[in-house]
Design a protein around this ligand. Structure first.
Ligand code: ZN
Length: 416
């Protein structure tokens, strides 16, 4: 069987022909070169207006990297034509296998991008004998195409989240669609300021914003402000995941403070290795952690009292009626305020301040479990960790859209 036959069965072009295929040696490897020529009497397509136009002249031969075959790198060779377009004048033709700017074929870029979803960019480059930069351009090409061709008119619910990035309190703002029929990353922005989130609404557009019914977020002031201004019609819900996270953070602080104090005062360090038994839900504890917890409870410690308050708070989410939930919340906050545990008091104050938005969770009929945003948040952490090594925002941005954006892909006749 001829190589041209194989090529035609995976990627056939109407107006071009695969001519000859030959090996060429370089220092370290053999490469396969396939010459492509226009079909006889065919016209070129003007890259300015996509209309057919007659040939003006030929540019020097170019090489386009194709999907490797049996360990050999493969290149298409082609002399681009310049066409004489009635509307645009003399223009370089557009060819179906390349977008004109890249040295890689579209097929190769899609091939690399597909692997880059499963492997890290570095691993992808190594596996296919190419450079990190080529993998990056491939993913960027696919992501750009996807962003341009995605639809945003089916979004009714969004979740807004922030994630720490780099060291030194750098944040990214992430906006997800969290509808039952589609959960995906919609947007990423630098920082977590008013300006950041306004950037999302600018991209999203007035019409799509008008369709929003639910917005989940944490208590970050800048977000609250923008949401109120931009989408007043949507029910704004303070996300369960973030409230639980706030309480856990307070517990952590109480434990660390108390631990330090006990050590200083010369007590036995009973709080060592107690972190997870205080943070995890009781039913999720391992046997060993449960034993540690049972031991701790014997002491009259702030950490333990804070832990009990936290466990108690979980019944809040069980309420059906928002009126009863509100009563519970009030009682809980009062108890916390009397507890004299400062970090917990701070949480109670915050909760009181944002009570209406927290109670909106019941109005939304508990539609948004903390699992959705939490799950996405964890996935983002995996991607940014995997992307460790490229510190540029643009890399992280592309990697996240690629992994979590559920973006459409350019149509492909053959999957390599
Ligand atoms: Zn034209």
């Amino acid at each position: 069987m001829r190589l041209q036959t194989i090529l035609n069965s995976c990627q056939k072009f109407k107006s071009f022909v695969y001519q000859k295929a030959e090996f060429e040696h370089s220092e370290d490897n053999k490469h396969l070169y396939i010459t492509v020529v226009p079909r006889k009497n065919s016209k070129g397509i003007c890259s300015g207006c996509n209309k057919l136009a007659g040939c003006y002249d030929h540019l020097p031969e170019r090489q386009f990297e194709f999907v490797p075959l049996w360990g050999f790198s493969v290149y298409l060779r082609y002399k681009m034509r310049r066409v004489n377009c009635m509307d645009c004048g003399v223009k370089v033709e557009s060819v179906p296998w390349s977008d004109g700017k890249q040295t890689m074929t579209k097929t190769m870029m899609q091939f690399l991008a597909n692997w880059a979803k499963k492997l890290s960019w570095q691993e992808t480059a190594r596996s296919f004998n190419t450079s990190w930069h080529k993998v990056f351009s491939s993913v960027k090409y696919i992501v750009d195409w996807g962003l341009e061709n995605r639809t945003l008119n089916d979004v009714a619910s969004i979740g807004i989240d922030e994630i720490a990035w780099k060291k030194g309190h750098k944040y990214l703002t992430l906006v997800y669609q969290i509808d039952r029929h589609c959960i995906r990353l919609l947007w990423i922005g630098k920082e977590r300021t008013v300006k950041t989130l306004l950037g999302f609404f600018r991209m999203f557009g007035k019409e799509n914003t008008g369709r929003l019914q639910h917005i989940c977020s944490d208590m970050w002031k800048a977000y609250l402000k923008v949401i109120k201004k931009k989408a007043p019609q949507a029910l704004h819900i303070l996300d369960r995941f973030h409230i639980v996270a706030k309480i856990n953070k307070a517990i952590d602080e109480v434990r660390a403070n108390e631990h330090r104090k006990m050590q200083k005062d010369g007590y036995e360090p009973i709080l060592t290795k107690s972190r997870w038994c205080l943070l995890k839900r009781k039913e999720n504890l391992t046997d060993k952690q449960e034993a540690t917890l049972n031991e701790l409870v014997k002491y009259n410690l702030q950490s333990v009292r804070a832990y009990l308050l936290k466990e108690d708070f979980h019944s809040f989410w069980e309420y059906v009626s928002s009126a009863w939930a509100e009563k519970f919340l009030e009682r809980w906050c009062t108890r916390v305020m009397r507890s004299k545990i400062e970090p917990m008091k701070k949480v109670a104050k915050t909760i009181r301040k944002h009570k209406p938005l927290i109670l909106n969770w019941f109005k939304a009929k508990k539609m948004f479990s903390s699992g959705i945003v939490e799950g996405l948040n964890n996935k983002v952490k995996v991607v940014t960790k995997k992307a460790y090594g490229f510190r540029e925002f643009s890399c992280i941005e592309i990697a996240l859209y690629h992994q979590l954006g559920k973006l459409p892909e350019p149509p492909m006749t053959h999957r390599f």
